[in-house]
Design a protein. Structure first.
Length: 576
């Protein structure tokens, strides 16, 4: 199954590589970019003959209009042989700023109002395009001048101007949608993965691995929606910072889910520790990125690196399924080196989709194996239950009980009647609970109290069950505590009676039930490996899988049995 995941991962990345060449971003060649003070009059700023004092040449990504007004002037070279020049041209400006655009001194339009203060500026859209009338275009050097101002960003950003370019107008309008198209093709499949594994978790709250896969797909969908938003709907540039924050949080959330999933699979005893390390390193390292892109990149790579560090030792030891996961994670990290320029903008989404699919397929296989193991455990529990029923009604048990009943009927008929009622009540409760997967703890306590009442009459000693701090609505397999108490009578004698004690606490793993048996007057040391304990373990495994544990042993002269159950809201699937 993991091999199939690797195939999906490779196909998605190959499709992304092919699509990269298909996006046509051919633009008209631009000359040097000159940046001047925004206080210059339009005539001086758009005059190509002279460079006003105080102007400087810069790259587009180094232009910073935050908290001020700037003029950006650039030469646009057009020749008669240039095919693009024969089609209508457009100026495309992507900046976290308002803008006003001029071509050869003629105003093409404005995106917001680039004022000299926060009150004077009206925020424009993040992406704006301006058609260029053919009448103002001439062969040779044309002058494009853009006035920029940015006073409404919620936070300062590293590169507020993304790009300024000139292209044929239909390309200027449509290339962003084409750019994101390969990644968007995966959105439907990701949605199906998210819905399927979320439904799996909703049906069984113990299935945290399915929850993690659903969260991976969910984070990818939200991040892709936030990234592709600008290709299909324009929005004011002040919303860009919240959008970038969402992208950073989703990228980190996706990677942390990957780390948690891998750690639970290959280091289950220490998975919380590994996740804590990944979270702490991400919180420390990601904010150090010089821009939001770098923060998103670090927020992704750090948890993936931790996941790789967890699975590599398992692969070295020959752990099942570890080596394919190493290949997938290493391939994900390698993409940063192979395609650093487009990784965050598009390759990232193809890679996360491939990784999510690989892990989803791996999880589907794990679910099938878990279901098979659950069926085996259930069959074993049924066999053990039948054996236990046989053991309860073996002749010596019935003979001893009936002999005690005869003695009480002959000597104290009133007590004999009570013993008959107690015995009938115990058998009635057993019959009501035997075919149920889980019962309320209150029913189990009632069964135990009935059995202790029967034993009190049978040996003429006082037996009781003290209950302390117990949630009586807690779900538990039927007959578990009853078997433990019966086991105590099987392995020892209580010549002076006995008081059993049941209490409930909590720890990091879940709800803890502790049953304390008092010291016995006969043999009792070393019990815990017989048919009764084997039955209890099987019922816990069938109901809760690895989420429940059982331990028992001598304690202060008596015997202590500790059952740990996972935290559950109500009765899990299968309870009636």
């Amino acid at each position: 199954m993991v091999t199939h995941g690797l195939l999906v991962f490779a196909v998605l990345l190959a499709s992304g590589a092919c699509a990269t060449t298909a996006v046509d971003r051919t633009v008209i060649k631009l000359g040097d970019v000159v940046v001047c003070d925004g206080a210059l009059p339009v005539a001086a700023a758009t005059d190509a003959a002279v460079d006003p004092p105080g102007c400087s040449r810069r790259e587009v990504q180094d232009i910073d209009p935050q908290g001020r007004v700037l003029w950006v002037r650039v030469g646009v070279w057009i020749s008669d042989e240039d095919d693009a020049a024969r089609a209508p041209l457009g100026v495309f400006v992507a900046a976290m700023a308002s803008s006003e655009v001029f071509w050869n001194g003629q105003r093409l339009g404005a995106n917001g109002v680039p004022g000299a203060s926060r009150d004077a500026e009206s925020p424009g859209l993040l992406d704006a395009d301006f058609p260029v009338p053919p009448s103002v275009v001439h062969p040779g050097r044309n002058v494009l001048a853009v006035k920029l101002a940015s006073f409404h960003n919620p936070l300062p950003v590293r590169a507020p101007v993304h790009w300024i370019f000139v292209a044929t107008y239909h390309r200027a309008l449509g290339w962003l949608a084409s750019f994101y198209a390969p990644a968007l093709m995966t959105a439907g499949a990701l949605l199906l993965v998210a819905i399927y594994f979320a439904a799996r978790f909703a049906g069984d709250r113990r299935d945290r691995d399915s929850l993690l896969v659903a969260l991976m797909a969910g984070f990818s969908i939200v991040q892709l929606a936030a990234e592709a938003w600008r290709a299909f709907a324009t929005f004011p540039y002040p919303l860009q910072v919240p959008r970038l924050i969402v992208i950073v949080l989703c990228s980190a959330g996706f990677a942390l889910c990957v780390a948690a999933h891998v750690a639970r699979r290959f280091a289950p005893e220490r998975w919380r520790r590994h996740l804590a390390v990944a979270g702490a390193l991400t919180a420390i390292v990601a904010p150090l990125g010089p821009g939001f892109d770098a923060k998103a990149l670090l927020g992704t790579l750090v948890p993936i690196a931790v996941a790789l560090a967890v699975v590599v030792p398992a692969a070295w030891r020959g752990g099942s399924g570890a080596r394919p996961v190493v290949i997938v994670l290493a391939g994900f990290l390698a993409l940063v080196v192979v395609d650093p320029e487009l990784f965050l903008d598009r390759t990232f989404y193809l890679a996360t989709t491939g990784l999510a699919f690989a892990l989803a397929i791996h999880q589907a296989g794990a679910l099938r194996r878990a279901r098979a193991a659950e069926d085996v455990a259930r069959e074993r529990a049924v066999r053990l239950e039948l054996e236990l029923v046989k053991r309860r009604i073996v002749p010596h048990f019935l003979m001893n009980t009936l002999n005690a009943l005869i003695d009480w009927v002959e000597s104290e008929p009133r007590i004999g009647v009570k013993m008959i009622e107690a015995l009938a009540g115990e058998f009635q409760l057993l019959s009501q609970m035997s075919d149920r997967a889980l019962v309320a703890l209150a029913d189990e306590i009632a069964l135990c109290e009935r059995h202790l009442e029967v034993m009190s009459y049978r040996v003429d000693r006082a037996f009781s069950l003290a209950v302390d701090g117990v949630d009586r609505t807690l779900a538990i397999p039927p007959g578990v505590l009853h078997t433990l108490i019966e086991n105590a009578f099987t392995h020892g004698r209580f010549n002076d009676g006995a008081a059993f004690h049941l209490c409930q606490t909590q720890d990091d793993r879940g709800v803890v039930l502790a049953l304390r048996t008092p010291a016995v007057s006969g043999p009792g040391a070393g019990r815990g490996h017989g048919e009764g304990i084997t039955y209890v373990r099987a019922r816990l495994d069938a109901a809760f899988g690895d989420g429940a544990t059982l331990s028992d042993g001598p304690d202060r002269g008596g015997w202590l049995t500790v059952i740990t159950l996972p935290r559950l809201a109500g009765l899990p699937r299968g309870a009636q």
